[in-house]
Design a protein around this ligand. Sequence first.
Ligand SMILES: [Zn+2]
Ligand SMILES: [Zn+2]
Length: 557
Amino acid sequence: MAKNQRDELVFVPLGGVGEIGMNMGAYGFGPERSRKWIVVDCGVSFGGPDLPGIELIMANPEFLEENADDVLGLVLTHSHEDHYGAVLDLWPVFDKPVYATPFTAAMLAAKRAGDGIVENVDVRIMRPGKPFTVGPFTIEPINVAHSIPESNSLLITTPVGRVLHTGDWKLDPTPVVNAPTDVARLQAIGDETDLPLALVCDSTNALKDGESPSEAEIGATLAALIAEAPHRVAVTTFASNVGRVVSIVRAAHQAGRQVVLSGRSLHRIMGIAKELGMLEGLPTLHDQDAYKTIARDKCVLICTGSQGEARAAIARIARGDHPVIDLNAGDRMIFSSWAIPGNEREVIDIQNLLIDKGIEVITQNDALVHVTGHPRREELRRLYSWVKPQVLVPVHGEAVHLTAHAKLGREAGIPNVCEARNGDMVRLFPEPMAFPSEVRTGELYLDGLVLCTPEESGVKGRRRLSFGGMIVVSLAVNSNGQVVSGPDYVIEGLPETEDESLVEIVEDAVTGTIKSLPPKRRTDPDVFSSALFKAIRNEVNAFWGRKPNVNVFVHRV
Ligand SMILES: [Zn+2]
Ligand SMILES: [Zn+2]
């Protein structure tokens, strides 16, 4: 049989490989010219200060759109934004099912509830240990511990081989709320040797030695810190880490304190957790309106904003402009979180504000108050030893994490280790091999309500304006070359000093140009405006040392 006629299992990372965030990958099965595809995850990244105005970034699904007839469905490993945040923006055009656990499905339904998008998405419930079939793929969700309920690895089986797509996971023998990683099932996968196995695996913590501390250890530390505190305790954490929130609530209860929740996402997610029966036996949680009625040494506040988000509860408390909640000198504030790269500055600013108020700030640098939900090196080694993969593809990481993970895999004796990047086509079976940059990938920005490519977005111009400010000059000239109206000026974002005003410099440049240009030439709006443009730019540059953005309008009347 010719090579391009035989059935192959391929993996195409579209996002999240070479970066942390916007995870999206496709698995294809069949001969090269007629493959069927399933997509795993559809996440976002967040725009930083270098992308003014851009809130969300997602992987460009162009490749999938080109093969839309053969795309059979989307499987979500869990409901972290970097795995499911782009579903409502990118998936509806495919009009194919989305497979998700009950918690992930409820999170999706609550997302932008009321705008009617999620009603158009065909969500089907999947459960760990219950395999289902999508075209030539059999997909088995396997429960794994992570930092959000109902995280899954996916065992994807095809006639030529299997893949274990780990999603985000760690080994935690004593997680809170969720069951531990299903080690028995993973070991059984390694014992089933009829079909070869590829491992597509989380690299986030591949630089960290040893094993992750357990969520239960974090809970114990938090309990001690809450019990010994003399006054109020406030804790901020990721709202989606239901297990962590439950640990804080239990710790508060043990210390005889009441719990107040502040922040919309906390209420939303705890509401979902309650509906799904995850909070059985937990004491009542109060809304922020109860805050003032609880004695200072009987209160634990759980609030949003661990990433320094300006509008979230903790930022407003730190600035002293929260409508209901305040903290005072002697209170204790615990950051049960870490700053996702890019957010460090904002988080430190908030910590500084709190410290200046005399509030005691405790972070993961001071005590074991946080652990991420990703496997460290010893956990990765244990997974290799259980599932015995023939192929390893490190994903979910920047180059530095992917390389470290690949090296670890080679040292552990995995025969084929493939350092792929977004857009590569990785043939897993038969004959594992990577074909670099086979597939067009890229980013899409959500710019306000507009979904567009980086080139289409207004970011470039916005950045230019932020450096150069803006000068607009408008005037009208008659058929004799006389200025009959204006000039009018708009000047934005330029320096104003006492000794020399930029307004005057601009005015002088304009009047000088009018004088020096013969009336005949002033009758031509193009000639006149380009002369004004050059003069303004040169004069302002001579004063400021920087070229402003200049717009000149010359109207002929
Ligand atoms: Zn995650
Ligand atoms: Zn993730």
